[in-house]
Design a protein. Structure first.
Length: 227
């Protein structure tokens, strides 16, 4: 996925599931598309993919068909009504959820065929730090960590950052506090996590801004629409 300087590859992870990672990925992709960029969203949650639901896309094929050799990446790609191109992951397929790092690397290499077609590739990761998640994160140029202000989310976000830094020597890690009561609360959450990273990992993360709690997000989910 790290192909040319023309294509910006952004990985969005969380550590813990259910913190709004896919919502951030989908709406970032749409915002960039509306700004005049060519955007592709790769749903790298290979066991419980749901980006197609948020985008309102019907996907006759998914990454399972690519991995089995039945289809190419281009053939499984669909375009949403917003213009965002989507490579759908798999849902409810045990073998895809347990993809190895070697298999994930094969997917990474396949993206080189798309290098002239997109300006931004947004990678919506699965929760946790499985081999496939780490392989995809290593292939990205920027890494966004979505976190909520609860102990388990904070602990898992820190654990993800720790592995990326200590085991993979990766940088360009940005924190996005999500569903916070105010911008001030989000900044405080970032400072707390960043202080721990600086103290124990000797690394300073970047603050990308906070997303405040909004009932419109839940309403949009119920309508199978982005915000």
């Amino acid at each position: 996925m790290k192909k040319t300087s023309r294509t910006e590859v952004i990985g969005i992870a969380s550590g813990k599931g259910g913190v709004g990672k896919t919502t951030v990925a989908v709406n970032l992709a749409i915002a960039l598309q509306k700004s005049g960029h060519r955007v592709m969203l790769f749903d790298a949650d290979l066991g419980l993919a749901n980006s197609q639901i948020a985008l309102g896309c019907a996907c006759p094929y998914n990454l399972t068909h690519f991995m089995s050799g039945q289809k190419t990446l281009q053939e499984i790609t669909v375009t949403s009504r917003h213009g965002v191109r989507l490579i759908p992951g798999a849902s409810g397929v045990k073998e895809m959820a347990a993809l190895s790092q070697v298999q994930a690397s094969r997917i990474v290499q396949a993206f080189s065929a798309l290098e002239d077609e997109i300006d931004y590739l947004i990678v919506d990761m699965a929760a946790g730090i499985s081999p496939s998640v780490l392989a995809f994160m290593a292939a990205c140029q920027r890494r966004y960590i979505v976190v909520r202000d609860d102990p388990s989310s904070i602990a898992d976000a820190y654990g993800t950052i720790k592995v990326l830094i200590q085991d993979y020597d990766l940088n360009e890690i940005y924190i996005i506090p999500n569903a916070v009561a105010s911008q001030a609360e989000g900044q405080n959450l970032f400072r707390r996590i960043n202080q721990v990273c600086a103290q124990f990992l000797n690394y300073t993360t970047h603050y990308l801004g906070s997303i405040e709690h909004d009932d419109q997000i839940l309403a949009a989910h119920k309508k199978y629409e982005p915000v």
